[in-house]
Design a protein around this ligand. Structure first.
Ligand code: NAD
Ligand code: TYD
Length: 339
């Protein structure tokens, strides 16, 4: 029997990494190719448990290198693409927007061209709710798939641009695509520059935790395993050309999130440091996931169960995040906050 080839881009990162493990274990009948450039956010040590499996392969490559990507697609003739690779941190997009355009916009367009050339069966583009911009604090409005795109940060603008290209390749060339737009994720292997792993790692080391502005901004948190299950469903059942929002109605203010973690770790709230607000800081994100629920998805974690397990995971995997934060990241953090 001919085996199906699934290319996962960005599979050394946080969500792509969890997805690769989920797919390799759940679908031994698929060959999973993890393509990643191994930027500061990519790390292969997370895949020690699967690297010996005969349905897992790693390819080091840059999605923004057209010649390299075209040659790879021509050689391997992938059946499916699940596209996670991106620059993903809003603060970095404020200080260095250019790389976000190169990776997120040009990189996506190069993948779309390569996928078109080999008549791909499905291209799933993993996007974000941040493309919709921000909501008010009133808690009565939600992002639906029909909400206009109004990205506010260079990161979200680059993701929105890539979404529009994916849409255009469907409309113009009939490429079988789906776009997923998920809310903020958390869980194992989350890079400790993002709020939740940053809070856990800094609290564990009794270091100050920077909270932007007054801490009242709201994010809608989803455990990464629930996100992976959503992408699995869209991959197998999504109607071509459709967008699916992903979220589990877990809205929390940032200060609530930080205090929850501090209390779980038995630390003091004195660690909280209110610092200068992020430029253009989006007020609130909140997802209406009705369309995906109708397709058959529902989340399995509440925020309480998910954050408890995540804090435990960081306690059990100190070596992983200590290595990550010891190098370039430490310098970045000192420059960013002077802490
Ligand atoms: P991440 O930063 O943890 O991982 C990104 C991965 O992409 C890294 O392994 C990196 O090495 C790789 N990469 C970067 N540039 C590359 C290039 N030019 N070529 C090949 N690989 C490259 O990101 P994440 O948080 O796992 O997010 C993955 C995707 O999910 C992104 O597209 C992001 O926009 C989207 N998303 C993230 C969230 C979230 O809360 N983190 C929520 C919704 C959607
Ligand atoms: P982040 O994890 O960077 O995700 P995003 O900006 O994509 O939503 O930030 C989540 C929220 O936490 C956001 O409102 C900004 C805030 N935040 C802080 O208050 N302090 C921090 O050190 C970081 C990284 C984020």
């Amino acid at each position: 029997m001919i085996r199906k080839k699934v290319l996962v881009t960005g599979g050394a990162g946080f969500i792509g990494g969890n997805f690769v493990q989920y797919f390799v274990n759940k679908y031994p009948e698929y060959d999973i190719y993890n393509l990643d450039l191994l930027t500061y956010a990519g790390d292969l040590t997370k895949h020690r448990d699967i690297e010996a499996k005969n349905n897992y392969f790693f390819i080091k490559a840059d999605i923004a290198d057209r010649a390299e990507i075209n040659a790879l697609f021509e050689r391997e003739k992938f059946d499916y693409v699940v596209h996670f690779a991106a620059e993903s941190h809003v603060d970095r997009s404020i200080s260095e927007p250019g790389i976000f355009v190169k990776t997120n916009v040009l990189g996506t367009q190069i993948l779309l061209d390569a996928a078109k050339q080999i008549n791909i069966t499905k291209f799933v583009h993993v996007s974000t709710d941040e493309v919709y911009g921000e909501l008010d604090f009133d808690l009565t409005t939600f992002f639906t798939e029909k909400t206009p795109l109004q990205p506010n940060s260079p990161y979200s603008a680059s993701k929105a641009s890539s979404d529009l290209l994916v849409r255009a390749y469907h409309e113009t060339f009939g490429l079988p695509v789906n776009i997923t737009r998920c809310s903020n994720n958390y869980g194992p292997y989350h890079f400790p520059e993002k709020l939740i792993p940053l809070t856990i790692s800094r609290a564990l080391s009794n270091q100050k935790i920077p909270v932007y502005g007054n801490g009242k901004n709201i994010r809608d948190w989803l455990h990464v395993f629930d996100h992976c299950a959503a992408i699995d469903l869209v991959f197998h059942e999504g109607l071509n050309g459709e967008v699916y929002n992903v979220g589990g109605h877990n809205e929390r203010t940032n200060i609530e999130v930080v205090k929850t973690i501090i209390h779980l770790l038995g630390k003091s709230e004195d660690l909280i440091d209110f610092v200068t607000d992020r430029l253009g800081h989006d007020k609130r994100y909140a997802i209406d996931p009705t369309k995906l629920e109708k397709l058959g998805w529902k989340p399995t974690y509440t925020f309480e169960t998910g954050i408890f397990q995540t804090v435990q995971w960081y306690l059990n995997n100190e070596q992983w995040w200590e290595e990550i934060i010891s190098g370039d990241y430490k310098k970045y953090f000192e420059q960013q906050y002077g802490l």
